[in-house]
Design a protein around this ligand. Structure first.
Ligand code: HEC
Ligand code: HEC
Ligand code: HEC
Ligand code: HEC
Length: 406
């Protein structure tokens, strides 16, 4: 009895201090993103491309926090998209999300620098994000101590520090960073995809030797944050890298979203909706007529079109809560962004959905002279909306068959 409980206590101790019993080997997880380019969440147009998004990323980390610890959460840069009015709203939502996820360090790179400095720095301050960058106004490096491991994180390839675990965050292309020899880990945000970590052959990889694992492990943030990178490092007590494992966590529909982040996304949607002005006046000479006009003379075509999914494309957006998002509207309506095209539900409701004129072109000229041919419908018309991301299964003859309306 006595012996058993002693053994039990010993086992518990071993579980508590695995690092001690395994000869000073420590494990540290590097959770990383990079090159997210403002992707707050995927459009959901196809289950085959429905990956990523900050709500799932946060949900996954929150649910597995214990198992992932100790970890450092890093964004290697290019987390923002374009500097447009909507892009700025996105930027704020993105930074809010990163701060809720408690990113340990975020690298400011090319995309972020496209935004005015005052705008960006105000947001970074507001959400208290630990930032590094190669701009003189920012810190280039930061030191983090996690579970007894000293980590130097830097955007400066020259700022390597002896005696620490060294991680470089960069948006340089893979070809350029291959030559950097001293760094233990390099995380890229250039948008290039590395399915597996890259270990350049110089200097040769010597595992477990006196100096640990000589060589650099290069990884790259999965484009648009569709997956979370998890690099598990084994480190000796001098901070030297002994070994590593790598895996992706695919952020699919199965992941439970973080409710706080979902709230941020809802607020973002509400702000985006305000970009569409209620007092917008459609031009008097409308070039798009809308399906109700076409039905006056092509009733059979309209009835058949009603049976296709194009007719419910607007309802789809409403269901997704995205009927006021210009980035979605452009493919789920007709003529968005053009004079006389769809503008908003309030101002141009008759042009919502993928109507006749999405393929046949604006109908105004047709109405004044039926003998004038409409825009010829070719595959390239479809491809403006059926892209690799929105419609990965697109196949022209197959899809054409499904929308026949004669
Ligand atoms: C580049 C054009 C394009 C953009 C932009 C776009 N969509 Fe789509 N969407 C499509 C196409 C095309 C399909 C049909 C894909 C298929 O089935 O092959 C689709 C399908 C969908 C579906 C699936 C409908 C169903 O019942 O399966 C949803 C939901 C959706 N889109 C929502 C959105 C949202 C939300 C946005 C904005 C964040 C958006 N879309 C932006 C083109 C687009
Ligand atoms: C203005 C954008 C746009 C254009 C142009 C467009 N589509 Fe679509 N298409 C969509 C959207 C959006 C959906 C999804 C509607 C939904 O389900 O809500 C869709 C859905 C479809 C579907 C249903 C997919 C399925 O799996 O059942 C077919 C088929 C299709 N489109 C064929 C075509 C073909 C063929 C063309 C060209 C001749 C074309 N589309 C042009 C936007 C467009
Ligand atoms: C997704 C694209 C798309 C949409 C939306 C669409 N059409 Fe078409 N339409 C086509 C294509 C492609 C053809 C040629 C089909 C064929 O070759 O059989 C066609 C053919 C036609 C024709 C016959 C032309 C001929 O040569 O006889 C008429 C009329 C027509 N469409 C009217 C409409 C009307 C009205 C609507 C709206 C209710 C509509 N279409 C919606 C793509 C579209
Ligand atoms: C007032 C009646 C009328 C209305 C409204 C009308 N059409 Fe037509 N359309 C015709 C007639 C008549 C023809 C046949 C012309 C011919 O064969 O020379 C025709 C032919 C077509 C054709 C086949 C010829 C071609 O050039 O491709 C398409 C496609 C078409 N219409 C689409 C539309 C669409 C889309 C709308 C709505 C925006 C529309 N039409 C509205 C009367 C109408």
């Amino acid at each position: 009895m006595m012996k058993l409980s002693l053994l039990y206590i010993l086992m518990c101790l071993m579980m508590l201090f695995p690092t001690v019993t395994h000869g000073q080997v420590r494990t540290l997880n590097i959770l990383y993103t990079g090159g997210v380019v403002g992707e707050l969440e995927p459009c959901g147009c196809s289950p085959k491309t429905d990956f990523g998004g900050v709500a799932r990323r946060a949900g996954y980390i929150a649910e597995h926090r214990k198992g992932l610890s100790p970890y450092i959460l890093i964004d290697a840069g290019n987390f923002l998209g374009k500097d447009t009015p909507q892009g700025r709203l996105k930027a704020e939502a993105m930074l809010k999300a990163l701060s809720i996820m408690k990113y340990d360090v975020v690298a400011v790179s090319k995309n972020e620098k496209e935004f005015p400095y005052n705008f960006l720095s105000a947001l970074l301050k507001k959400y208290k994000l630990p930032v590094i960058s190669d701009m003189t106004k920012n810190r280039q490096s930061v030191s983090i101590r996690r579970d007894g491991i000293e980590v130097n994180l830097s955007t400066d390839p020259k700022n390597f520090q002896e005696g620490k675990l060294n991680i470089l965050l960069s948006d340089m292309p893979i070809a350029e960073v291959k030559g950097l020899e001293k760094w233990d880990v390099i995380i890229l945000s250039s948008g290039e995809t590395l399915e597996e970590p890259l270990i350049p052959p110089h200097p040769p990889l010597i595992k477990g030797g006196k100096g640990g694992l000589h060589g650099t492990v290069i990884v790259a943030g999965y484009p648009k944050g569709e997956r979370l990178g998890i690099l598990t490092l084994q480190i000796d007590n001098k901070g030297r890298l002994l070994n590593f494992k790598h895996r992706w966590h695919v952020l699919g529909r199965d992941i439970k979203e973080d409710i706080n982040i979902r709230k941020i996304l809802k607020d973002y949607d509400a702000m985006v909706a305000k970009l569409l002005k209620d007092d917008y006046k459609p031009p008097v000479e409308v070039s798009y007529l809308g399906v109700s006009k076409c039905s006056e003379c092509h009733q059979l075509f309209v009835e058949n079109w009603m049976k296709t999914r194009h007719a419910s494309a607007w309802a789809t957006l409403e269901r997704a809560g995205k009927a006021n998002d210009p980035e979605c509207i452009k493919c789920h309506t007709i003529g968005f962004g053009e004079k006389g095209g769809f503008y908003s539900t309030k101002t141009t409701p008759m042009l919502a959905g993928v109507q006749c004129e999405a393929c046949h072109g604006p109908g105004r000229d047709h109405l004044s002279d039926f003998s004038r041919p409409m825009q010829p419908v070719t595959e390239s018309v479809c491809l403006e909306c059926h892209t690799k991301i929105t419609s990965p299964d697109f196949n022209y003859p197959v899809y054409l068959e499904k929308i026949r309306h004669k």
